[in-house]
Design a protein. Structure first.
Length: 85
């Protein structure tokens, strides 16, 4: 199968961001957690040969339960593991 990710970027020439890659190239779904004064929880999709693609906005303040739920649903659908950093 093929995974397609589309999003609107910043206004200008490259406003449309469209990524396409094979499902077999999707490696783990990664949750990055930074605690402290300004905690951040970001969900990434690791793609073989392309690195990490962030799936949540950096200003999106998801609870630990919400980020785990999103990661679990996506990992189950894509049949890949989850890694937490």
């Amino acid at each position: 199968g093929i995974v397609c990710i589309f999003r609107w970027g910043f206004p200008g020439i490259n406003r449309h961001i469209f990524l396409r890659f094979l499902m077999r190239d999707v490696q783990p779904i990664r949750i990055e957690i930074k605690e402290g004064l300004f905690p951040r929880r970001i969900l990434y999709m690791e793609i073989r040969g392309q690195g990490s693609i962030p799936l949540t906005r950096t200003d999106e303040n998801l609870t630990p339960r919400e980020i785990e739920q999103k990661a679990a649903e996506l990992a189950y659908f894509l049949r890949v593991p989850i890694e937490v950093f």
